[in-house]
Design a protein around this ligand. Structure first.
Ligand code: TA6
Length: 271
């Protein structure tokens, strides 16, 4: 199932209930802002290659669970939301999640579209009687006109783990990061505001709650090897993820943790 949302000014968002995955965001007067691979089969029971997959309770393979955890593989339930331009989805523990992760939880994903902004908030509630730990991310695939023209700002001097080389502690030297090869980095304690610059557009990515940020582009060989990635897809996407990885969240009974990512797009020139 898909939920479509429209703001009063004409911006729109689409969310697939499988994984509560936002798959399209079109601000008023601007083109599609999220990458979604044309080769991603709908209704395959797998997360789509694009949009905003929700990663919980384990980022990547940093633990015993299936890669990126189970939240992106399950169907979430839509809640009634009274607010215009807003939709809410929830996921509770069930037999399948308890079989691999023995904890009681309620996740709530709130998606809000307004003006030129999209906000996605993940709330994690511990509904059980024991403390649990988790890592999480909003694995946002931003659509770009061409990867050669993309620059990422805001990460200079931030420490990162480089998953391509395996180096555990690097320091970002660039003010303006260009992507010229496979990039897969976890920036720890990242600034809350990052910027994606293209020749005609600026996208601000503002995180709260998520301490870390992930920058990922698979580049050609890995992109070609992915069955669900469209041909040359790596040239039209970059993932800038709001994440909590380096220091897992420890959540006691009845506690709630919240993290959000707000994207704001604006055109900077007509060319
Ligand atoms: O967030 C970056 C990353 O962990 C990469 O290492 C890459 O594997 C990517 O996620 C996509 O993972 P997926 O399981 O969706 O193919």
């Amino acid at each position: 199932m898909i939920t479509s949302l429209q703001s009063e000014d004409g911006a729109s968002v689409q969310i697939v209930h499988h994984g509560a995955q936002v798959v399209s965001w079109i601000p008023a007067g601007l083109p599609e802002q999220l990458f979604l691979s044309k080769s991603a089969p709908l209704d395959s029971g797998k997360p789509l290659r694009g949009g905003v997959p929700v990663i919980f309770p384990q980022f990547s393979d940093l633990g015993p669970l299936t890669k990126h955890g189970f939240a992106r593989n399950l169907v979430w339930h839509e809640r009634v939301s009274e607010k215009p331009g807003q939709a809410e989805f929830e996921l509770r523990d069930n037999d399948a999640t308890r079989a691999v992760w023995p904890h009681a939880f309620l996740l709530v994903l709130t998606v809000t579209v307004s003006d030129a902004a999209l906000e996605v908030e993940l709330a994690v509630n511990n509904t059980g009687t024991t403390t649990f730990e988790f890592t999480a991310a909003l694995h946002t695939y931003l659509r770009v006109d061409h990867i050669d023209d993309v620059r990422v700002h805001g990460l200079r001097d931030t420490h990162y783990r480089d998953s391509v080389s395996g180096a555990a502690d690097c320091v970002e030297a660039e003010d303006s990061i260009a992507i010229r090869q496979q990039v897969d980095r976890v920036y720890m304690n990242a600034p809350s505001l990052l910027q994606l610059l293209q020749p005609t557009q600026q996208t601000d990515i503002c995180s709260t709650g998520f301490a870390d940020a992930v920058l990922w582009n698979p580049w050609r060989a890995l992109s070609d090897a992915m069955a669900d990635m469209e041909s040359g897809g790596f040239q039209r996407m970059v993932c800038l993820e709001s994440a909590v990885i380096a220091q897992p969240v420890r959540l006691g009974p009845a506690e709630c943790w919240r993290g959000s990512q707000r994207l704001h797009a604006r055109q900077t020139s007509d060319q």
